[in-house]
Design a protein around this ligand. Structure first.
Ligand SMILES: [Zn+2]
Ligand SMILES: [Zn+2]
Length: 691
């Protein structure tokens, strides 16, 4: 998926041109206030950000931005007293429990135009009709949230919001395959439900540029081409993907900044700055007639961030005052007590390690997308008078995009092509590499296998793995470390304090967000079941009534309104496997075949029949690979051949030869014979030639 670094510069300028061209009448806006203040100069100089006319600056400050339908919701923000009163009323409602309050939306109705009210009244019947059966709570005027990914898993995040026949999507990510998915490169969410509702979908909002949030976008946009809203760096990374898929010119990518509000009609979506392990990350405040929903995206609270400013906690608090119907929050680190340390801590550790390396060559492995980490490695290298070389395509790509967009600052003459490595002594050198997760094909793994074309690891190497293994990768990471040590290298890894910090909020950070936002309902997202449960427990511990917390499942459709929250249905959701080298989608059956091939082998049966009589002309030929027969293999083959012959003779009695039926009958017969003898279920291929 990473593209060649040599292309990315060109790609980006082309990308910008494409975006600008498409929104020809769009305003060019300059930020006066942005969390990433330092970046602004660079960005503005480089390209005035193109925006849709519907985007406006800082909705909190200027009411002009609001979509007509949601004016009332925003008005509440302005009146502190009103908000508090509303909040109190809300708390009372909570106590009285949900679902039994048919007429409980006075505030939300007030500011509404009559047009809107009529429209709503008109739409209600159909809305009710479309709802699932067996629903206990009567929820009217609800927003429907469905979860197509990111639930019971870390990866392929995709959440769908529907209100009044209009849909928006937050994130469109992929995940990486497990060990039991041979030959699969990526795993995508199932788009069936989205394709079915393509007409309703208005836009995709991306929280940040990690693969589990953007990886599936090109595949999604191929079927449903709608505008994609994201920040500058995220856009840079998405453009690389679109370019790879040759769809840069046909997609509409709109850059937004924290404070911007985008209106799609029924929805108005406000971008909020958060901290995370990639710059330019957003949370979203999503407004619709049903109320205000806050989706945190991936986030952490970093009081001393490397760049881009502290997470906009005041805005979260303001939204809390306004009255938040539902909070959806990142659960990744819900098991971790306390607070997640600042990224800056890693800088201090890195500097100490760099000093300790003495005359040795330094090799640092990190996540390619962790630009703040890379910035700190760069800073430490500059201090120690070392030159930097990059190894790994994804790293080269991200570094080049980030430098170009002003997210990474590297003094001239520090970053050199890896071909020039040989011109510098070990003590003058830092190599930044991918492979911190022990990925088999990564640069660090190649170094560990003495299989890297440019870097030979030996006893004058000091290797720092500035990451912790993602659950499931522990073994491969540990193998890589062992292999590097066998080559004589010194390796500092997760056991070294402060060598890595997480990009996700820990328990106390998560509680702080819940306390600031004070939602009526809470939905933990982004995590495995254990993370979601822990996060739900944290929410309960800070006073969210348990009946107001819903742990979703993959494919769950949850309806939320002032009346209550309930799971009212299921939508198609699952995994789609992508084999990049092959033809694209790998169906479940293909995956099963691959598993069977790897464990149980293959049997190929070829038969030749007379096209007139349907009679078998020769005994069927049987070939097998990867199957061990306890007895004589030839005898077994001829036994299978005989059994096939019987099936053919039985079928040739019919007037018309039904070849597909015949093949499937042969396959079943052979499968049974082999399973009886060997307890294996190989892939069976039957070919019938009629001559
Ligand atoms: Zn992330
Ligand atoms: Zn994520």
């Amino acid at each position: 998926m990473p593209n060649k670094s040599s292309q990315s510069k060109k790609e980006n300028s082309e990308g910008k041109a494409a975006v600008e061209k498409k929104s020809g009448n769009a305003k060019k806006t300059k930020t006066k206030k942005s969390a990433a203040a330092k970046k602004n100069g660079a960005k503005a100089a480089q390209t005035a950000v193109t925006k849709d006319t519907s985007i406006t600056k800082d909705a909190a400050k200027k009411n002009a931005a609001k979509p007509k339908r949601n004016t009332k919701t925003e008005k509440t923000t302005k009146t502190g007293k009103g908000a508090r009163a509303k909040d109190a009323a809300r708390r009372q409602e909570e106590a009285a429990l949900t679902g039994k309050k048919p007429a409980s939306q006075p505030e939300t109705k007030q500011g509404e135009t009559s047009a809107k009210t009529t429209q709503k009244a008109a739409k209600k019947p159909s809305q009710k009709a479309s709802r699932g059966k067996g629903k206990k709570n009567k929820i009217t005027d609800s927003v429907k949230i469905s979860f197509l990914g990111g639930i019971n898993e870390i990866g392929k995040n995709l959440t769908l919001f529907e209100y009044n026949d209009e849909m928006i999507i937050v994130d469109c990510g992929m995940s990486f395959p497990d060990a039991d998915m041979p030959g699969v490169d990526y795993v995508l969410p199932d788009f069936t439900f989205l394709e079915r509702n393509a007409r309703k979908i208005k836009a995709v909002f991306i929280t940040h540029g990690h693969e589990d949030h953007i990886g599936a976008l090109p595949y999604f946009l191929k079927t449903v081409n709608v505008p994609v809203y994201c920040t500058c760096l995220t856009a840079g990374l998405i453009k690389g993907k679109l370019k790879e898929h040759r769809m840069l010119g046909s997609c509409k990518l709109v850059e937004i900044r924290p404070g911007d509000v985008i209106s799609t009609g029924e929805f108005s979506v406000e971008a909020i700055h958060v901290n995370h392990s990639i710059p330019d990350s957003l949370a979203y405040a999503i407004r619709c007639g049903a109320g205000l929903i806050v989706h945190t995206g991936d986030f952490k609270i970093d009081n001393t961030p490397i760049d881009g400013g502290v997470i906009d906690l005041p805005r979260f608090a303001e939204l809390g005052n306004e009255g938040v119907l539902c909070l959806m929050s990142d659960s990744t680190n819900a098991e971790r007590p306390g607070y997640t340390p600042s990224e800056r801590n890693v800088g201090e550790t890195l500097e100490a390690l760099f000093r300790g390396a003495g005359e040795k060559r330094i090799i640092v492995a990190s996540f390619a997308s962790n630009i703040h980490r890379i910035q700190q490695i760069v800073d430490a290298s500059v201090k120690m008078n070392r030159k930097i070389f990059l190894s790994g395509r994804s790293l080269e790509n991200v570094v080049s995009v980030s430098m170009e967009l002003g997210y990474l600052t590297v003094p001239d003459g520090i970053l050199l092509p890896i071909d020039r490595l040989k011109n510098y002594t070990d003590s003058q050198t830092v190599i930044i590499t991918t492979g911190s997760q022990g990925e088999p094909m990564s640069a660090l793994s190649r170094m560990a296998q003495s299989d890297h074309r440019k870097v030979t690891v030996g006893n004058n190497d000091y290797i720092i793995i500035s990451a912790t293994p993602i659950p499931g990768n522990e073994k491969t990471v540990s193998n890589t470390i062992n292999d590097l040590m066998k080559l004589g290298a010194e390796v500092a890894y997760e056991k070294t304090l402060g060598i890595h910090v997480s990009g996700h909020a820990a328990q106390e950070d998560q509680k702080l967000i819940i306390n600031l936002v004070r939602p009526k309902y809470f939905i933990p997202v982004h995590g495995e079941q254990k993370h979601l449960r822990k996060h739900a427990a944290s929410a309960a511990s800070v006073g969210i009534p348990e009946e107001n917390i819903v742990i979703p499942e993959l494919g769950a459709l949850i309806e939320v309104s002032e009346d209550g929250i309930a799971r009212t249905g299921t939508v198609p959701a699952g995994r789609v496997f992508i084999d990049v080298s092959g033809m694209g989608d790998v169906g479940n059956s293909v995956l099963q075949d691959r598993k069977k091939l790897s464990t149980d082998g293959i049997v190929i049966i070829t038969a030749v029949v007379d096209s007139y009589s349907g009679q078998l002309l020769y005994p069927p030929e049987v070939q097998s690979r990867g199957i061990v027969f306890s007895s004589n293999a030839n005898a077994f083959s001829s036994y299978i051949s005989d059994r096939c012959g019987e099936v053919f003779r039985e079928y040739s009695r019919y007037v018309q030869l039904d070849i597909p039926a015949l093949k499937s009958r042969v396959r079943d017969t052979v499968a049974k014979v082999i399973f009886d003898k060997t307890r294996r279920a190989p892939v069976i291929v039957v070919t019938v030639l009629s001559v």
